[in-house]
Design a protein around this ligand. Structure first.
Ligand code: SF4
Ligand code: SF4
Length: 376
């Protein structure tokens, strides 16, 4: 609690707590603890107004009658471990975290879709992707069944590549999968993650393998946005400042060996069997989507979740407009409501679309809706 006599002391926010303002609400992202807290926009304004000021100066900022008001805000931050009270010297010790994103790799993720052809020619594929520094490879199988022997074979080959740091398999559940042999699979590679989808909901989970009961039959089920899909960590938060958090530095190789930005997209940039991957990733056209971040996406640019959310550029509201909102998002940042919540109104009812200017929020209408929602 704030000691009212300490007027010369400072309110210091913990560096990993980042504040993002949206149209209607603000968000506190505690990047270290992986926690999100939704707050009113005036909390954000208070944080900005009190930055590097002592308690006396903060009260002055708000006018002299506002002591109780300032105290209640400060106590909120102290009680929730977002800030502490310190001296002027302490303010110099707790610097802002740099949010600049750097990566030593041109490519950070390669997604390979399983097919008989890709499996048979995996050594050709690996030779190509091992020629670029690739921290993560994800090998996915939606409908096709894979045997333990196939998985072990792949894992061994992946592990022998010098430039691949982590391997993740996403495989379909089937009764013939020899579950008792799965622990052996783990031993065949140094870096390994195994996710098995379409598992029966009552399946007995083992702690080192992730089973999910969602039935996945193709990549078209990707791109759903919900609070469960938000990522609260430093790599995502820094990358999202400038880049697209799904497609930046990512390569997807479909069943036929076509190289794309995402498996669900139609545009093909070359063949993993015929073209040099280094030339494909160097092409400006391949990199265009890497730079479309939430600040340039309609609706998302007004959303408080924009720095922790996934930037799907495949399933979008207007396929002719690459800057339109993800179509699988059902959050309305103009009124801070998810679809299904009481009082939810769709984005479409909060503004208008035109081909030329995209989505334009109707401020008067939004103010009326918010008044009804939050002030009644
Ligand atoms: S509006 Fe955009 S940023 Fe906000 S939750 Fe939806 S997709 Fe994410
Ligand atoms: S662009 Fe969308 S569909 Fe493609 S991988 Fe990303 S989230 Fe999934």
């Amino acid at each position: 609690m704030l000691n009212k006599n300490n007027k010369n002391e400072y309110l210091i926010f913990f560096s990993p707590c980042e504040f993002t303002k949206g149209f209607s609400k603000a968000l506190i992202s505690d990047i270290q603890r992986g926690q999100l807290t939704s707050v009113n926009s005036d909390v954000y304004d208070f944080v900005k107004a009190s930055h590097k000021k002592n308690i006396h100066e903060i009260v002055q900022e708000y006018n002299t009658d506002s002591e109780d008001f300032v105290e209640s805000y400060i106590n909120y931050f102290l009680e929730n471990d977002f800030a502490f009270i310190g001296s002027f010297d302490d303010t110099k010790m707790f610097m802002d975290i740099p949010l600049h994103f750097e990566s030593p790799s041109h490519i950070t993720t390669v997604v390979i879709e399983h097919s008989e052809n890709n499996f048979e020619q995996i050594e050709t594929i690996l030779k190509q992707i091992d020629s670029v520094l690739t921290p993560t490879v994800q090998y996915v199988s939606f409908e096709e069944i894979m045997t333990i022997e196939q998985i072990m074979h792949l894992n061994k080959l992946f592990s022998s590549c010098t430039n691949i740091a982590a391997i993740s398999f996403v495989l379909k559940y089937h009764d013939g999968l020899e579950f008792e042999k799965l622990p052996q699979v783990l031993k065949t590679g140094e870096f390994f993650e195994l996710i098995i989808h379409s598992a029966p909901s009552n399946f007995n989970h083992e702690n080192y393998i992730i089973y999910i009961d969602e039935k996945i039959s193709s990549n078209s089920q990707c791109g759903n946005i919900s609070e469960d899909t938000f990522s609260v960590n430093m790599p995502h938060f820094t990358e999202s400042q400038k880049f697209n958090t799904c497609l930046n530095r990512k390569i997807s190789i479909d069943k036929k060996g076509n190289v794309k930005n995402c498996l669900s997209m139609e545009t093909v940039y070359g063949s993993i069997f015929e073209d040099d991957i280094k030339n494909i990733i160097k092409a400006k056209s391949f990199q265009i989507l890497w730079h479309i971040n939430k600040d340039s996406i309609e609706v998302c640019k007004d959303c408080e979740f924009r720095l922790v959310c996934t930037d799907c550029r495949c399933f979008i509201k207007d396929p002719q407009n690459i800057h339109s909102q993800p179509s699988k998002c059902f959050y309305n940042p103009y009124i801070a409501k998810w679809k299904g919540e009481e009082g939810y109104v769709s984005i479409e009812d909060c503004g208008s679309y035109s081909k030329e200017s995209g989505f334009t929020p109707n401020h008067k209408k939004i103010a009326e809706i918010n008044k009804q929602l939050w002030e009644s």
